[in-house]
Design a protein around this ligand. Structure first.
Ligand code: AMP
Ligand code: FE
Ligand code: FE
Ligand code: ZN
Length: 286
C-alpha cells in the first residue's frame, strides 16, 4: 500500500515532513509522496526520515492550475501533482519561486481585504499558524475560526475565502498544459489531482483528459481519500481507457482536514504499490 498525496507544514498541512513519513510507516505503507503546494522545501527532511525508517519517499509537489475546458465556456480550478522532482531542478525551481512570490503578494492583499471587511486578523498570527512557511487560505480560514467569525474552516471558505466568498482573491495559476510541460521538462511526471472537483460526472472528463494526454499527462488520481468505492472504480477504468496511470492518495493535511489519515484516507483507502511502478516506468519513457 502507498500514498501519493500528502501535505506537511511546508504548505497547508499541520505536521512536519518527518511526522508525515512516520505516520506512513506506522500505517504500513511501502512508499509515500510528499506533495506540498508550490514548494519542495519539505523534501529534504522527509527524505532523511524515509531513509531512517526504510520507506520509499516520492518527491513531489502540487500546482494550482486554471483550466478552460475546450467543450465549456467556464474556467475551472485544477490541481496538478508532479512527481520525481527535487529542489534545484530547473525549470521547475524558478517557476515555483515565481508562484511563491505571487502567493506572498496575494496573502498581503487578502489580509488588507479581510481587515477592510472588519475581520481583525493579522499576518503575524496567520504566519505563526503556518509555521512561517507556505501560507495558504486554510491558515486564514483557521484564524477566522479562532476569532469566532465563523464556525468552521469550511464555513470560512464558503462565506469568505472561496471563489464565491466576499474576500476571494485569486493567486497566479498555470494552465494544465504549462504544468505538464514544466513537469516533463524537469524530469518529472504530471498527474491530475482529485478530478471529481472539476466535473460532476466521470464521463465529462473524457475529452478534457484526452487533450491533456496529448500534451504529455501521465496519470489520473483515481484512488482518492474522499471518493466512494464506485467513484474510484469509475476513475480507474477511465484512466485505463485513456492509457493514464490510476494513481492515488489521501490528501492528508493533518488537523486542517482531520478526517483524512495518511494511507487510509477516511479509513477505506488502499492504493496499490503497482501504480508507483507504472509511474516510474512512464517517467523513463517521457
Ligand atoms: P491557496 O493555495 O492558499 O489558494 O489555498 C488552497 C487550499 O485551500 C487548497 O489546497 C485546499 O486545501 C483549500 N481549499 C480551497 N478551496 C476550498 C474549499 N472550498 N473548501 C475547503 N478547503 C478549500
Ligand atoms: Fe491544500
Ligand atoms: Fe489539491
Ligand atoms: Zn493536495
Amino acid at each position: 500500500m502507498i500514498d501519493l498525496h500528502t501535505h506537511s507544514y511546508f504548505s497547508d498541512g499541520s505536521e512536519s515532513p518527518a511526522r508525515v513519513v512516520e505516520l506512513a510507516k506506522r500505517a504500513g505503507l511501502s512508499a509515500i509522496a510528499l506533495t506540498d503546494h508550490d514548494r519542495l522545501d519539505g523534501l529534504e527532511e522527509a527524505s532523511k526520515k524515509a531513509t531512517e525508517l526504510g520507506i520509499t519517499l516520492v518527491a513531489g509537489c502540487e500546482l494550482s492550475c486554471v483550466w478552460k475546458f475546450s467543450s465549456k465556456e467556464k474556467e475551472v480550478s485544477c490541481h496538478m501533482l508532479i512527481y520525481f522532482v527535487d529542489m534545484g531542478i530547473e525549470p521547475l525551481s524558478s517557476e515555483l519561486l515565481r508562484l511563491q512570490n505571487d502567493r506572498d503578494t496575494r496573502n498581503e492583499r487578502l489580509i488588507g481585504k479581510l481587515n477592510e471587511l472588519g475581520f481583525e486578523i493579522s499576518i503575524e498570527e496567520v504566519s505563526l499558524m503556518a509555521k512561517g512557511q507556505g501560507i495558504g487560505r486554510p491558515h486564514f480560514a483557521q484564524a477566522l475560526v479562532n476569532h469566532g467569525y465563523v464556525q468552521s474552516v469550511q464555513d470560512a471558505f464558503d462565506q469568505i475565502l472561496g471563489s464565491t466568498g466576499k474576500a476571494y482573491i485569486p493567486k497566479a495559476r498555470l494552465t494544465p498544459e504549462d504544468a505538464i510541460n514544466l513537469a516533463n521538462a524537469s524530469g518529472g511526471v504530471a498527474v491530475v489531482a482529485h478530478p471529481l472537483f472539476l466535473v460532476d460526472n466521470v464521463k465529462d472528463l473524457v475529452e478534457p483528459l484526452r487533450e491533456l494526454r496529448s500534451f504529455g499527462l501521465v496519470g489520473l488520481e483515481s484512488y482518492y481519500g474522499r471518493y466512494t468505492k464506485s467513484e474510484r472504480q469509475a476513475l480507474v477504468s477511465l484512466a485505463r481507457d485513456l492509457d493514464l496511470v490510476p494513481t492515488g492518495g489521501s490528501d492528508y493535511h493533518g488537523s486542517y482536514k482531520p478526517d483524512l489519515n495518511v494511507g487510509t484516507g477516511l479509513g477505506d483507502l488502499k492504493v496499490p504499490d503497482q501504480v508507483l511502478e507504472e509511474l516510474v516506468s512512464r517517467r523513463a519513457s517521457t
